[in-house]
Design a protein around this ligand. Structure first.
Ligand code: 5AD
Ligand code: SF4
Length: 460
């Protein structure tokens, strides 16, 4: 009898990819994926530690499963990903009904671990070494990136896929937990990435998004020479059948001339760059240890704009970082105003254990001030997004149709025409009414209306 698996994923695209890869392997081992945790006999949470809020949500979801486990002790409950690496045994202490804790660098062991638990061997934990607990080489070895063969059935949208190009991060921005939970930066060999992208294109995949915590510091030295991200894009641009190539997340320090030219010149590479600035104040950027000034960030933006005028640039900002004064915040608002980003993700600072910022600085910006700055900055950005979307009204855009939109998924399953959603080459969200079978197609749409986040249109 196939075992029924439910995976719940929170956090970034790297986690979404990890969940897909886990699902693919477990499907191959005879599991069946189910939508409802109640029907599942194995429930896995793929977790995020970037902010406290994400962790609180997982602990309360685990809490809710306590009675379920008492009634059905054979049900397996597992915690995967960043919070598993960060909290380790603490998870068993806070939620003793959990059977399994697996860090992001150990996911390859999951099928075997589940077998052993099902065989009655008791709870299991596999995590990587702490970054300070051994030599760089031994810590690196303890993080084993796991990129098994791709399976179409495990993807929610078969025509789009993410591909990991690097694992971990070495930047140690002072607020960020990622370097300690995902370990040292490791680039995958270019030949392996190329083979994976060819395989995906062979499965009918039209759009590939390359993933790395700092994707543009990608550096493969395995073949003798050095292959950076720009060179990798040139190689992947040649893959037959592939139509669109995107990559996230960029670090401003590594947005090189060469990379900008690759984005400008390669027909398959989307003119879309996600380059988090985090703050517009040099004092705060220094405290964050970001490695650039606001002026350098502006110069980088100017270069992108002059080489690729149609490019969409997006950013992340943190408000309420320790010591952020009104003047620091005002400089961030200024950068958002001048930057004219397509959109920005704005976060309230959340102190994370084992990070430099949490060790060195008190979390001294009151919650209310953080909330106000967050809302105001979002309003500034929304006004810009709305203005910049207006010129698209009346124009034709090409989208890759992903499938029914959130609304479309709620429409009665019988009807063939539903609200569909897709994205332009610049990552703009477009919704329109159309038959379900358009999912997976590249389609011209004429835009009829736009708000700050969505374009509304109809097929032309
Ligand atoms: N508090 C708030 N936001 C954070 N981010 C990372 N760490 C923190 C933190 N401790 C944000 C950054 C990053 C995004 C993925 O999450 O803006 O770019
Ligand atoms: Fe975190 Fe900075 Fe690395 Fe991004 S670059 S994952 S913010 S440490």
């Amino acid at each position: 009898m196939p075992r029924r698996l439910h995976i719940q994923t929170v956090g970034c695209q790297m986690n979404v990819l990890d969940s897909e890869l886990v699902a693919a392997e477990l499907l191959a081992a005879g599991y069946e994926l189910v939508e409802s945790p109640r029907r599942a006999d194995t429930i896995l949470f793929n977790t995020c530690s970037v902010r406290q809020h994400a962790e609180d949500k997982i602990y309360s979801a685990l809490g809710r499963l306590k009675h379920v486990k008492q009634q059905q002790p054979q049900k397996i409950i597992g915690v995967l990903g960043c919070m598993a690496q960060k909290d380790q045994e603490k998870i068993f202490r806070r939620a003793p009904h959990v059977d399994l804790v697996v860090g992001p660098g150990q996911l390859g062991q999951l099928p075997g671990l589940l077998e052993r638990i099902a065989a009655g061997e008791g709870p299991r934990m596999e995590v990587s070494l702490d970054r300070s607990s051994g030599s760089r080489a031994s810590v690196r070895r303890s993080y084993q990136p796991h990129d098994p063969l791709r399976v179409v059935e495990a993807r929610s949208v078969p025509h789009q896929a993410m591909v990991r190009v690097m694992f971990g991060c070495d930047k140690f921005c002072t607020y960020c937990v990622v370097p300690s939970v995902r370990g040292p930066e490791q680039s995958r060999p270019a030949a392996e990435i190329e083979a994976e992208v060819r395989c995906l294109a062979g499965q009918g995949c039209l759009e590939v998004t390359l993933l790395g915590q700092t994707v543009n510091s990608y550096r493969d030295e395995s073949g003798g020479g050095v292959v950076g991200l720009a060179e990798l894009l040139y190689r992947l641009n040649e893959v037959e059948g592939l139509r669109r190539l995107k990559f996230v997340t960029n670090h401003p320090q590594h947005v090189t001339r060469e990379l900008i030219e690759a984005v400008r010149d390669l027909p398959k590479v989307s003119p879309y760059l996600h380059v988090p600035a985090q703050s517009g104040s040099n004092r705060i950027l220094r405290r964050m240890k970001r490695g650039y000034t606001a002026e350098e960030y502006r110069e980088m933006l100017a270069e992108i704009r002059s080489e690729i005028p149609e490019a969409a640039v997006t950013s992340d900002f943190i408000v309420g970082f320790p010591g952020e004064t009104h003047e620091d915040y005002r400089q961030t608002v200024e950068l958002v105003r001048q930057g004219r980003f397509k959109n920005c993700f704005i976060f309230k600072y959340s102190p994370r254990p084992k990070t430099k910022a949490a060790e060195l600085y008190a979390d001294d910006v009151p919650e209310e001030v953080k909330r106000r700055r967050n809302n105001e900055l979002l309003a500034v950005q929304n006004a810009i997004s709305l203005q910049d979307n207006q010129p698209l009204v009346g124009r034709r855009v090409e989208i890759l149709v992903e499938g029914p939109s959130k609304l479309g998924r709620k429409q009665p399953p019988g009807g063939d025409v539903v609200q569909l959603v897709g994205r332009t080459v610049c990552d703009r969200i477009v919704v329109f009414e159309g038959p379900r079978h358009l999912a997976g197609q590249l389609l011209p749409i004429s835009v009829q209306r736009a708000d700050a986040v969505t374009l509304f249109g109809k097929p032309t």
